[in-house]
Design a protein around this ligand. Structure first.
Ligand code: PA5
Length: 449
């Protein structure tokens, strides 16, 4: 079986091979720190050997629970935010038919929807309206069990599910994925008798896609979680290699840090396959929340090409030279579609007649890469043989391992997220949450100044 491949040639015009080679001892040390668990955030390293430690029994339990939801639901709503939903959404959208949302809603192949990732009254209203005549179930995902966005959506969905489907069926089609002991989601799950799965203590949200957080929704959507784990497991082996030139995670981590040192402060993750849109969102959270600390860190951004070549393309080609690109390229599409010949040729496209659409897409990719490199944008390319569970598993583990190494090269704690608390504290103070009295007074004084 082939692996995903990282090509760095188009970045090497911007950093020297010698400079890159000088990262070798640092990268090795960072890998050792991860392995030995001697670095910052070492109580959150459960993801490191997760793929190789997942048991068949655990996967069978997840698949059996997924089947209960599949058999009894036309729609399954996944409630979660940040690391508690992005991984599942990334994989499900990458593997689903692009028009799946238009298909008939039926038990056996439920449609997956997402909630609890915003506080939009309109979104929640429209969702609850939509669900009114649907046999729906809910997967409530929250490690802390107290996240406002998710708890709020779950309160609405639980009540609606119980009213529509009856208490007994609701108990069958609501599943909780949360902490083993603490948090409101755990208390509710135990009291109501929901089937529940545990998010391991030592796996942080953004590294949790290969725990039940990602695996259950992906299995409910009908995708092969064993193949996803197989891909991740194979990448775990590849990314253990101490030779930086043979370890794509180590190489990627080293190059992005060197580019950062040369003033490339923004990484743009690029796809030419819109199904990867949410994969990029997952990646942005992984890198943004892991590295944006101590007033340091590459700003992770993303574009969907060729769509965004007609919006962001100008900026990338000629704007401030503080960017580099990493392209995730899918080598073989799932289907075949060729450009037809047209006798009149009014659109002038007969020069493409007989070509596959993907061939045109690939030339757009190559043309863009050359233009951007000419314009001063370093480019890395990750080639993915096929968009399937196995290769998504590889990509996930590759990016996770690279993130751990890269964060340690940057000399920050890649596994905490203290900055996320600031908005919550203000929001709770403004909403007069019990326990926030002092903060409420302070914020009111600040606002009335
Ligand atoms: O990566 C993280 O830790 C965060 O993005 C969390 O996943 C997110 O804040 C949701 O937290 P919780 O699962 O506790 O509801």
């Amino acid at each position: 079986m082939e692996n995903i491949q990282l090509s760095i040639e188009k970045a090497l015009g911007f950093i020297s091979k010698e400079k890159l080679a000088s990262y070798e001892p640092k990268v090795r040390a960072c890998m050792e720190t991860l392995e030995k668990g001697t670095g910052l955030g070492n109580d959150f390293l459960g993801w490191l050997h997760l793929p190789s430690s997942i048991t068949q029994e655990h996967l069978n339990d997840l698949k059996a629970t997924a089947n209960v939801l599949r058999e009894n639901c036309e729609v399954v709503v996944v409630a979660g935010i940040g690391g508690s939903y992005l991984g599942a959404r990334a994989v499900i959208e990458a593997l689903s038919n692009s028009l799946a949302w238009l298909s008939e809603k039926k038990a056996g192949q439920p449609v997956i929807l997402f909630a609890g990732n915003n506080i939009s009254e309109d979104y929640l209203y429209e969702l609850t309206e939509y669900l009114k005549d649907k046999k729906f179930g809910v997967i409530n995902i929250s490690k802390s069990g107290t996240t406002t966005e998710t708890a709020l959506a779950f309160r609405l969905l639980k009540e609606q599910c119980e009213k529509q489907r009856g208490k007994e069926m609701a108990r069958k089609v609501i599943v909780a994925i949360t902490d083993a002991k603490k948090g409101a989601a755990r208390i509710t799950a135990d009291k109501e008798g929901y089937k529940s799965f545990i998010i391991p203590d030592n796996v942080g949200g953004r590294f949790s896609v290969l725990t039940p957080v990602g695996l259950l929704p992906i299995a409910v959507a009908g995708f092969d979680i064993e193949q996803l784990i197989n891909g991740a497991r194979d990448m775990e082996t590849v990314c253990a290699n101490e030779n930086i030139m043979e370890n794509p995670a180590a190489l990627y981590a080293a190059i992005r840090n060197e580019l950062y040192q040369t003033g490339k402060k923004i990484e743009i993750l690029v796809n030419f396959q819109p199904k990867l849109h949410y994969f990029m969102e997952w990646w942005k959270q992984l890198y943004g929340e892991s590295e944006g600390k101590d007033h340091k860190g590459i700003y992770p951004s993303s574009v969907d090409f060729s769509t965004d070549l007609h919006s962001m393309g100008q900026w990338i080609q000629e704007g401030e030279r503080s960017i580099y690109e990493t392209v995730v390229s899918i080598e073989s599409p799932e289907y075949e579609l060729r450009v037809p010949t047209d006798e009149e040729n009014l659109d002038g496209l007969n020069f493409l007649a007989g070509k596959r659409v993907d061939e045109i897409n690939k030339m757009a990719e190559l043309g863009t890469q050359l233009a951007h490199v000419d314009g001063g944008v370093p480019n890395m390319r990750i080639s993915v043989p096929k968009l399937d569970e196995y290769y998504l598993g590889q990509l996930i583990y590759f990016f996770e391992k690279a993130c751990g190494i890269s964060g340690y090269i940057l000399d920050i704690n890649p596994f905490n997220q203290p900055g996320v608390e600031a908005y919550k504290k203000n929001m709770f103070a403004l909403l007069n949450k019990p326990g926030y009295e002092e903060a409420s007074k302070a914020i009111q004084a600040r606002l009335t100044k």
